[in-house]
Design a protein around this ligand. Structure first.
Ligand SMILES: [Zn+2]
Ligand SMILES: [Zn+2]
Length: 326
């Protein structure tokens, strides 16, 4: 059976169960771990956001001299460039997958298109609703946290580490962004599922059982405040500003890829790249599983790891029925 023919009425189901990355294997599997770091974590999206962060630091970020004093002018420019880059990635994916329907429903997790007439969403339209929360609240709080962090470095409150001084340390910190961001995501997301916080904030993101690129950071402002505390690590662990910018991109833009709703992006001919994140898609579908991301598999430790198989599904269903939550 071809992979595409695995698209059932419930949507595309990847053929293999989701596994814990070989980085955590015991006994260690160094070759497999390195291969996963290169192809599972960094290529293509991790590398894409790293290159984008380097370009942005050089050409789309105010000078350290300007950022040494907190002023609304340069902070507004940070918002503008973040909004433009988010629109480029989320809007580009949305255009290709949902407007042009470039690959129809091939590799689409959910067989439905996005809602255009639902009272759950602002103006009854899921995409407009998602764009509103992403740009107005998401981008603003992301840019505020980023600006404050860049100011901490520019003003000398936190020592700035230069590439010429510590290239190995900074390279490790670049990779560290992906682990820190996903670990932080588990923690803040688990907190957001605490019923009072879920009702007050996180339910807004969960209105999107069927996600699209603009769903990524479509969240309540209170959730954005918690979510973007990811930057605070760099207030105590000194790095280079490019790592601060990368943190913003990984936290602010990469969710538009992982929420794209498609497991794979079909390029020219038979070429494909990974797009969506089945692990997080299962969280949107079932709520009580997969609170984190696969690079930091905390869900495995706490028994909330859903690997996407029907067996895992019936096991969770029975567990939740026993807890009378289903
Ligand atoms: Zn989500
Ligand atoms: Zn959630």
């Amino acid at each position: 059976m071809s992979e595409q023919s695995m698209t059932s009425r419930a949507g595309y189901q990847p053929p293999d169960p989701i596994e814990v990355p070989p980085l955590y294997a015991w006994p260690p599997r160094p070759a497999a771990a390195l291969r996963w770091l290169a192809t599972g974590l960094l290529f293509p999206w991790g590398l894409f956001f790293t290159v984008l962060a380097v370009v942005t630091w050089h050409y789309l970020t105010p000078s350290l001299g300007t950022m040494a004093t907190l002023e609304p002018g340069w902070m507004a420019l940070i918002w503008l460039r973040n909004a433009a880059l988010l629109t480029l990635v989320a809007g580009g994916l949305h255009w290709w997958l949902y407007i042009r329907r470039g690959q129809d429903k091939a590799y689409k997790f959910n067989t439905h298109w996005l809602a255009t007439n639902s009272r759950k969403f602002l103006w009854g339209n899921q995409v407009r609703d998602n764009m509103f929360w992403s740009l107005v609240s998401g981008c603003t709080l992301w840019s505020l946290f980023e600006s404050l962090t860049l100011w901490m470095y520019a003003s000398g409150h936190v020592p700035l580490v230069r590439w010429s001084e510590a290239p190995v340390y900074l390279s490790l910190m670049v990779v560290g962004v992906f682990f820190w961001s996903t670990f932080h995501f588990y923690l803040n997301h688990r907190l957001l599922h605490w019923p009072p916080l879920f009702r007050a904030a996180h339910e807004l993101h969960h209105r999107n059982a069927n996600t699209g690129p603009w769903t990524g950071i479509s969240m309540h402002p209170l959730e954005h405040i918690i979510y973007f505390t990811v930057f605070l690590l760099w207030w105590v662990v000194p790095v280079h500003p490019v790592i601060v910018i990368l943190t913003g991109f990984y936290q602010g833009i990469s969710p538009s890829v992982s929420h794209s709703g498609f497991d794979q992006l079909v390029l020219k001919g038979a070429k494909r790249v990974t797009a969506g994140d089945q692990f997080h898609h299962l969280h949107h579908r079932y709520f009580h599983v997969n609170f984190g991301n696969t690079p930091t598999p905390v869900d495995k430790l706490f028994g909330s790891w859903h690997d996407g198989t029907p067996e895992a599904h019936s096991a969770f269903k029975n567990l939740l029925r026993a807890r009378r939550q289903w």
